[in-house]
Design a protein around this ligand. Structure first.
Ligand code: XMP
Length: 610
């Protein structure tokens, strides 16, 4: 491999560092992830460097010594967020605290540069930052500013020194929601670094199979299959690379599967693998272990460890204790679980808990898809000849409905302050009220985990909600999440005014799991009947433990999302007739007293609530 024709992406732990390399590779430009500690001589061999964002390195601290040396190399450099601020500072600029921005903003190009070749003067970019560049040094100029609805422009959103070939963007061009972000990356690779695009997916498939054969040697492989896209693709890849003889598959029914899911999974794999396909009903173990638990990370850890316990028991029973365990872990599982050197835990994915990490350390686990995102997994599946209808199913998380079934001790969180809602008033359309709900959920802000409260907008009955109203609400979300401190989600009531609400003391019992399973099934059936499956990437249905009004019923939240790689998301505009059918069906369920639509982008929300 010719490093002169490649890019080095320096990973400072930002949530999207890996995505930068993926975007280049998907377009034929070879790019590799590097640590800041790698030798400076190595960086000197590349055709250019890209500096990622970072969760804990603010540009206020000391400049990283290695970064300073990299910037002194005579190769082109491009930085995002933290990387952008470091470039500004290195050449005499200044960074200030505050002026945060999360989610979409409009980028306005204010000066021409080859990095903006072919890009319209105004476009949407995605932001996730707390600090801001306020001055640049000699040789640099401002080439873009950013603003969101109703706010003052943020200066220095993009800076350039075309002579030194140094560029910085405050936004994240690497995320799919930055409209022309990919084009900007490609401008860097081609116009600034002068690289040639000569990398492709087929060569990566051959390399991947060879690497599996090398890792496995003459051992047997035991694969956990949830029935989702990742494990389906990995199953096929392992069988191709190693032959069916050497692969055993295990499906664990956790009790948190969707209606009919375990049965459907078994249909697919039993046909393909016959007596090498095993199923275990472990629902009693999982549900018992979650009794009385409500904290999201505690739930996730219990679920992950229960997977390991069940898996070890089954391997022992089948006399396969010496086999290697294969997991369909993909890149977001690792990065959001804080698994990369500097990234922070947003949520611990089921395949990244302590017991599993210990097995990985002992060399007992292989994860051949760990550097890929869902989109790349689907592309790989297509290259392996897996039918499109299997690849295009909505992703379903390993912990299943458990992360959509919130539990509560029935206490109001210590950080609950109903007065926060008043800060939302200036941004609200007529006839709409805002209430802070006393139930926190997980989100991601500036590469860090947030655990904050949702802001609920209510007052309009569904019959008065129009497409125009939906669009207005969507466009208000950035202002609300940027201006109202202490919230990480915005919800819109689909059942009119919200009566008095209080936290409801409930846990993960079979009755509530069944209620959520039925609600999830109803929404998905309506989605399918109205031909809308492809209009959303994923559609979590969440059961929220609130006493709604006097009858003390719970709330269902609908969370449709659009995304490509799940590291960011927006909310698709769906027909109102769809929501009308959902609300009508959901209110027939006992214990459901309200239905709301989650309209939060990621960041600052995450796709799942826990
Ligand atoms: P978040 O909620 O972090 O989710 O925005 C991003 C994507 O990851 C899925 N997800 C998981 N998948 N094990 C998985 O296999 C997990 O523990 C897990 N947690 C979240 C989520 O459904 C979404 O597609």
């Amino acid at each position: 491999m010719d490093r002169k024709n490649s890019l080095a992406v320096i990973d400072f732990g930002g949530q999207y560092a890996h995505l930068i390399a993926t975007k280049f590779r998907n377009n034929g430009y070879h790019a590799e992830i590097r640590n800041p500690e790698d030798p400076i001589e190595l960086f000197a061999e590349y055709g250019g460097v890209v500096i990622s964002g970072s969760p804990n390195l603010s540009a206020f601290g000391e400049e990283s010594g290695s970064l300073s040396m990299v910037l002194d190399l005579p190769i082109p450099a491009l930085g995002f967020c933290y990387g952008h601020q470091e470039i500004a500072k290195h050449y005499g600029g200044e960074v200030i605290r505050g002026k945060q921005e999360f989610g979409p903003a409009t980028l306005q190009i204010v000066s021409e540069s080859p990095i903006f070749h072919g890009i319209p003067l105004k476009s949407t970019v995605f932001m996730s930052h707390g600090d801001t560049v306020c001055k640049v040094g000699e040789g640099f100029r401002e080439i873009g500013v950013s603003f969101s609805e109703g706010s003052e422009p943020h200066t220095f959103a993009a800076i350039a020194d075309d002579t030194r070939k140094r560029y910085g963007f405050q936004y994240h061009p690497e995320v799919d929601d930055s409209e022309y972000g990919e084009a900007m990356l490609l401008n860097f690779a081609s116009h600034i670094c002068g690289l040639t695009p000569d990398w492709n997916v087929t060569s990566s498939l051959t390399e991947r199979m060879e690497s599996i054969r090398r890792q496995v040697g003459d051992r047997t492989v035991f694969l956990l299959v949830s029935g989702g896209v990742d494990s389906t693709v990995l199953g096929e890849l392992l069988i191709r690379a190693l032959s069916a003889e050497k692969v055993h598959l295990l499906h664990v029914d956790t009790g948190f599967m969707r209606e009919g899911e375990s049965h459907a999974v078994s249909e697919i794999f039993r046909r393909q693998c016959q007596d090498h396909y095993h199923v275990v009903d472990a629902s009693a173990l999982f549900i018992e272990a979650l009794q009385g638990v409500s904290a999201p990370e505690e739930k996730r850890n219990i679920i992950g460890e229960a997977f390991v316990t069940v898996c070890e028991e089954e391997m022992a029973k089948l006399d396969l204790s010496k086999a290697l365990l294969a997991q369909g872990t993909i890149y977001p599982d690792t990065v959001e679980s804080g698994g990369e050197k500097r990234s922070k835990v947003i949520k611990t994915h089921h395949n990244r808990v302590r017991l599993m990490e210990e097995m990985i350390q002992r060399g007992q686990v292989i994860e051949p898809l760990a550097d890929l995102y869902k989109k790349e997994v689907r592309d790989l599946g297509a290259a392996l000849g897996i039918p499109r209808e299997l690849l295009d199913r909505h992703p379903f998380p390993g912990p299943g409905l458990a992360v959509r079934l919130l539990a509560s001790r029935g206490e109001t969180p210590s950080f609950y302050d109903p007065e926060i809602a008043r800060h939302a008033v200036p941004y609200l359309p007529e006839g709409v009220s805002a209430t802070i709900l006393p139930i926190p959920s997980v989100g991601v802000k500036a590469d860090l985990r947030s655990y904050e409260l949702p802001l609920m907008l209510h007052g309009k009955p569904l019959s008065e909600i129009t497409d125009q109203f939906q669009t207005t609400i969507f466009s208000m979300v950035p202002s609300l999440v940027n201006k109202v401190e202490g919230i990480n989600r915005v919800l819109v009531s689909l059942t009119g005014s919200l009566p008095r609400v209080s936290p409801r003391q409930v846990y993960m019992d079979r009755h509530r799991i069944d209620l959520l399973r039925r609600a999830d099934h109803m929404v998905n059936t309506i989605l399918g009947e109205m031909g809308l499956m492809k209009a959303v990437w994923q559609f979590p249905v969440v059961l929220v433990p609130l006493n709604i009004g006097e009858q003390g019923r719970e709330m269902i939240v609908l969370r449709p999302v659009s995304t490509v790689r799940a590291m960011t998301c927006t909310v698709p505009l769906l027909p109102l007739a769809f929501y009308e059918r959902c609300v009508e069906a959901l209110l027939t369920l006992p214990d459901v007293g309200a239905v709301a639509l989650d309209v939060t982008t990621k960041p600052p929300g995450t796709i799942e609530w826990e």
